[in-house]
Design a protein. Structure first.
Length: 90
């Protein structure tokens, strides 16, 4: 149950930050889907949160969290997560 709560708290905080910055609802919902996918891939909200805050070689050493604000960034995050899920990246 604690893992579920941590995941929800993380999503709420990320979505709050996006809405405060004026992102449209559709973008916020898409970002939420990316966060859900990260939690699914890593099977742990804390690990997903850590990955989102660290520079990722698969994303040209950008932090995934910094890319959530654009559709191209979210797509790049999805692609990187897909590769991680398939074992291509760690």
């Amino acid at each position: 149950m604690s893992r579920q709560r941590n995941t929800e708290e993380f999503k709420v905080e990320a979505i709050k930050q996006m809405t405060e910055r004026g992102h449209p609802v559709a973008e916020v919902l898409d970002a939420q889907a990316v966060l859900d996918y990260a939690a699914k891939v890593f099977e742990d909200a804390d690990i997903a949160r850590e990955w989102l805050h660290c520079e990722a070689p698969a994303l040209s050493d950008s932090r995934p969290l910094d890319l959530l604000g654009s559709s191209r960034g979210r797509q790049a995050i999805r692609e990187a997560l897909g590769k991680i899920e398939c074992g291509e990246f760690s």
